[in-house]
Design a protein around this ligand. Structure first.
Ligand code: C2E
Ligand code: CA
Ligand code: CA
Ligand code: CA
Length: 277
């Protein structure tokens, strides 16, 4: 038993060591990425199911590392949040998306851009001034950007969260709740918050058409969200049968590989032209 225990400890510390090394690499790498401009934004259209037009896009960060090539956000956002680097990274995202919104303001149809915010950013006292400074720099009186928050952003201090959300609302920011259905909040709790859009988590869309229980759950969540006057987005839509089902149950907007992958701004412009926008 002793030997096995010892083996367990050794295994554990090797994992710790790998984790530490990865954190150290990320720390240097992310700082360098900020300095050397290795981040970019890709944009994925959100299509209105009624008009079949893209009315908005989600901005998703991309990191082209000189050492490792393209590093997916899921392998660095967590570290960025824990270390606090998410603040300068998030500030870069807001500025870059605002600059893009300026370039797209001459499109024939308005296109809103939503950016993802981490809990740490929502708690950052400078978030509002960052937003206002970026708006001012690009000549916007009302924000062309919306934000996507997850339930974890809201959990901690509801009063303060509502205050920040309301201040952003006053700038013209629409607030989307991301990954809904994976946390513990109910739709009725959400009515206390100044939210406009509910984004059903990908796991519910992935369950179509095989998992009847998840589909029933999705159908009822959409029905309640509709009653409460939220706009409803389905993300991760990949197949015809998924599209048929979400259209039938009353989802407003859809996003996913079925329509387009996230892509650089110039490719998105071509996509918009080809799709009759
Ligand atoms: P998310 O906000 O839930 O974004 C949706 C993810 O699903 C994106 O992954 C997107 O590329 C992917 N996706 C879109 N359509 C489909 C589909 O049809 N099928 C499948 N299987 N996946 C699809 P991505 O770009 O790797 O981003 C992962 C996560 O990283 C995001 O999840 C978000 O939580 C975070 N993230 C991305 N950009 C930012 C950012 O600028 N700031 C912050 N704080 N987080 C970000
Ligand atoms: Ca999102
Ligand atoms: Ca999501
Ligand atoms: Ca997610």
């Amino acid at each position: 038993a002793k030997a096995a225990n010892k083996g367990g400890v050794m295994h554990f510390s090797r994992e710790m060591n790998n984790h530490l090394q990865e954190s150290m690499w990320l720390d240097g790498g992310l700082r360098q990425a900020l300095q050397e401009g290795q981040f970019s934004l890709h944009y994925q259209p959100q299509v209105c199911l009624r008009s079949r037009r893209a009315t908005s896009v989600e901005a998703l960060i991309r990191w082209q590392s000189s050492e490792r090539g393209m590093v997916p956000p899921l392998s660095f956002i967590r570290y960025a949040e824990d270390s606090g680097l998410i603040k300068p990274i998030g500030r870069w995202v807001i500025r870059e998306a605002m600059a893009q919104a300026r370039r797209w303001s001459s499109l024939p149809q308005p296109l809103r851009i939503s950016v993802n915010l981490s809990a740490r950013q929502l708690g950052d006292p400078e978030l509002l001034s960052d937003f206002m400074a970026a708006m001012q720099q690009h000549g916007f009186k009302r924000s062309p950007l919306d934000i996507e928050l997850t339930e974890s952003c809201i959990a901690s201090d509801e009063g303060r969260t509502i205050e920040i959300m309301s201040a952003l609302r006053a700038l013209g920011v629409n607030i989307h709740l991301d990954d809904f259905g994976t946390g513990y909040s109910s739709l009725s709790q959400l009515t206390r918050l100044p939210l406009q859009v509910i984004k059903m988590d990908q796991s519910f869309i992935r369950a179509i058409p095989a998992d009847a229980r998840s589909m029933a759950l999705l159908r009822s969540m959409v029905a309640v969200a509709q009653q409460l006057d939220f706009q409803i987005v389905a993300e991760g839509v990949e197949t015809d049968s998924q599209l048929d089902f979400i259209s039938e149950i009353g989802v407003d907007l859809a996003q996913g590989y079925h329509f387009a992958r996230p892509m650089p701004a110039d490719q998105l412009e071509q996509w918009l032209q080809q799709h009759g926008k």
